[in-house]
Design a protein around this ligand. Structure first.
Ligand code: SF4
Length: 161
């Protein structure tokens, strides 16, 4: 069974900053249909943040900039949480390595997990969250919950090879 890292909130775990989850029935169905082994990860919990916690967003740059030390994230208390986000991303990458997992399905728009879009200074901008950017750098193939058709296609092709 092929392993896939999945944002824990998409699987129904209460990992979000507000203590809620974002269970996605289509994600769960796809995992079952393709007999994937889902590995739940929440980079912000792995970073050591509590749940619930203050919401965070980029104040400067996007995920790759934070990894390179040129971007920042702040929480609603105006505390710089950039280093914690990088730590959480590194921990999530360790999970990927332990599980020999090269595929991830992540929650769009999250400052950790966003695959194509994140929030910066209250506006949606094109870019990846910190964990998504680190995964991308390490050649982990990324999909968001808004690209399940593309993931289906990828899995179909993969099985034919
Ligand atoms: S960090 Fe990722 S997995 Fe954790 S709650 Fe946010 S979107 Fe979900």
């Amino acid at each position: 069974m092929k392993p896939i890292l999945v944002s824990a909130c998409l699987l129904g775990l209460n990992t979000r900053y507000d203590g809620q989850e974002k269970a996605n029935a289509e994600v769960l169905q796809l995992i079952q249909r393709h007999k994937l082994t889902a590995i739940p990860i929440c980079p912000e919990q792995l970073a050591g943040f509590s749940t619930p916690r203050s919401a965070c967003e980029f104040s400067n740059g996007i995920g790759i900039d934070v990894i390179n030390g040129h971007g920042t994230l702040h929480n609603t208390d105006q505390i710089d949480v950039s280093a914690e986000f990088v730590h959480g991303a590194t921990q999530a990458l360790n999970v990927a390595k332990i599980c020999q997992c090269t595929l991830a399905l992540l929650k769009e728009r999250s400052p950790s997990c966003g695959v194509h879009t994140v929030y910066r200074n209250k506006k949606q901008v094109a870019g990846q969250g910190v964990t998504a950017a680190l995964f991308n750098q390490q050649a982990i193939t990324l999909f968001s919950e808004e690209e399940l058709n593309r993931l289906e296609q990828y899995l179909g092709n993969d099985l034919n090879h």
